[in-house]
Design a protein around this ligand. Structure first.
Ligand SMILES: NC(=O)c1ccc[n+]([C@@H]2O[C@H](COP(=O)([O-])OP(=O)(O)OC[C@H]3O[C@@H](n4cnc5c(N)ncnc54)[C@H](O)[C@@H]3O)[C@@H](O)[C@H]2O)c1
Length: 122
């Protein structure tokens, strides 16, 4: 018996890095996992490498229009939804704060803060 047997999770930013590691761990512990990311080719490969307990769907966490699609696709694929891992995040290119443009700052806020609210709202 795995600690996550019977659970279904969505993980954002799961095409690589920590998100992919989390997806692998969830699957190893018995969960079904919907990997999501903006890196579609990497995401598809990542889900395939985990096997039948994983799938991939494209999700930009800053795009409100796609949030409900991801939830619907997850429930359609795995029958329910129990867990959301808000992993997607970006960092600013190495720069002093006074050199960081407003555009860059807003992008970080959108992904790292507004994006966290995304699927919680559904
Ligand atoms: N690696 C570390 O040392 C560290 C430390 C503290 C916090 N974190 C946080 O952990 C999380 C994962 O970090 P990581 O090191 O694996 O980084 P990473 O860059 O390897 O992975 C982040 C993933 O998020 C995805 N992503 C970026 N913008 C997105 C968007 N708008 N919508 C959906 N997905 C998007 C990227 O494509 C990428 O696959 C991030 O939130 C990061 O800030 C990492």
């Amino acid at each position: 018996m795995g600690a996550l047997d019977g659970k279904v999770a969505i993980i954002t930013g799961a095409a690589r890095g920590q998100g992919l590691a989390e997806a692998r761990l969830f699957a190893e512990r018995g969960a079904k996992v919907m990997l999501t990311d903006v890196l579609d080719e990497e995401g598809e490969k990542a889900a395939a490498s985990i096997g039948s307990s994983a799938a991939y769907i494209s999700l930009d966490v800053t795009n409100e229009q796609s949030w409900s699609n991801v939830v619907a696709a997850t429930v359609e694929k795995f029958g329910k939804l129990n867990v959301l891992v808000n992993n997607a995040g970006i960092i600013t290119p190495a720069a002093e704060t006074h050199e960081t443009s407003l555009e860059t700052y807003n992008k970080v806020i959108n992904v790292n803060q507004v994006g966290v609210l995304s699927l919680i709202h559904i």
